[in-house]
Design a protein around this ligand. Structure first.
Ligand code: CP
Ligand code: NVA
Length: 322
């Protein structure tokens, strides 16, 4: 049988060097695209990439579809109302059939086991466009955004401190794993009962030296922080917990006052993967000069190009673009 393809389900699967390269390549392609010297225009020509999305998406869909088009490929979007999956057909049969006709799959699913099974039965690379546990393409874009704001390449981010204030979720987990691999310090404030699960903590700790400082006090987490990050308090699939969560997260809104009280670095920056709701961050911060949220969203396109090149053009080999 043919060698199984290399999938991309979580940042954990990357070596520190591969992570550094994927992040830096995103920035390199951002510059070359802006300068119209983009080198990959035909890299996926005559190839179809399926996008199997069982949840809503703006950034992940637009960035991956756009990236596939930029590489000369054909993106085939398959939303949850378009195909038999989940209603009339199993994940196994769907994966075997779709992968027999396309060159790659980007998938957005609920449980991590869904993307793991999709990958297990797929004859082509499967890239995770978000599951309940991971969001690796977001992490690549986030570290590219930090690099562009602070330094020249990702492995020079050492010495910066990231504070996460809010819910422990998929975006946080891959950010923690990436931070560990790049040697960036992280502090995480979540309300009692919403901490990082023990199993994920083990995975984060195994990703590299250091510790993630965890607290139930937002002020403690933001102390000395260069970057303050949050995300929605109610992730997709948690809609029925809305009232309970809004109560549990009271006092966790990212504001100028919180950063000041906690003693964040004077020039701290704000990040959020979006979509954003007002409860988790004030308008003043979100629309203010500290906010990196819109470049962060745009960087999803260049991060998608970086990831597609490595996994779909170069067969899972991560090579430096510069
Ligand atoms: N950040 C992000 O993944 O956004 P979408 O849910 O819109 O894709
Ligand atoms: N944590 C959010 C991220 C959305 C991009 C969710 O899973 O809904």
């Amino acid at each position: 049988a043919a060698k199984p393809p290399r999938h991309f389900l979580s940042i954990s699967e990357l070596s520190p060097t591969e992570l550094n390269t994927l992040v830096n390549n995103a920035t390199t392609y951002k510059h070359s695209a802006l300068q119209q010297t983009f080198p990959l225009r035909n890299a996926l020509s005559n190839k179809t990439i399926a996008l199997i999305f069982s949840k809503l998406s703006t950034r992940t869909r637009v960035s991956t579809e756009g990236a596939i088009a930029a590489l000369g490929g054909h993106p085939m979007f398959l939303g949850k109302n378009d195909i038999q999956l989940g209603v009339n057909e199993t994940l196994h049969d769907t994966s075997v059939v779709i992968s027999s006709m396309v060159s790659g799959i980007v998938a957005r699913v609920g449980p991590h086991s869904d993307i793991a099974n999709l990958a297990k039965y797929s004859s082509v690379p499967v890239l995770n466009g978000l599951c309940d546990t991971y969001h690796p393409m977001q992490a690549i874009a986030d570290f590219a955004t930090m690099t562009q704001a602070f330094v020249t390449q990702a492995d020079k981010l050492k010495g910066l401190k990231i504070a996460w204030v809010g819910d422990a979720n998929n975006v946080l987990y891959d950010m923690c794993i990436a931070a560990r691999k790049l040697g960036v310090e992280m502090a995480v404030a979540t309300p009692k009962g919403y901490e990082i699960p023990a199993k994920i903590k083990e995975e984060v700790d195994a990703a590299g030296p250091g510790t993630i400082f965890e607290t139930n006090t937002p002020e403690e987490a933001v102390k000395g922080a260069n970057i303050i990050v949050t995300d929605t308090w109610i992730s997709m699939g948690q809609e029925s917990e809305k009232q309970k969560r809004l109560q549990a997260f009271a006092g966790y809104q990212v504001t100028e006052e919180l950063a000041k009280r906690g003693g964040a670095a004077d020039d701290w920056k704000f990040m959020h993967c979006l979509p954003r709701h007002q409860e988790e961050v004030s308008d003043e911060v979100f629309f203010g000069p500290r906010s990196l949220v819109f470049p962060e969203a745009q960087n999803r396109l260049y991060s998608a190009i970086s990831v597609l090149e490595a996994f779909l053009v170069n067969g899972g080999e991560v090579k430096s673009a510069s």
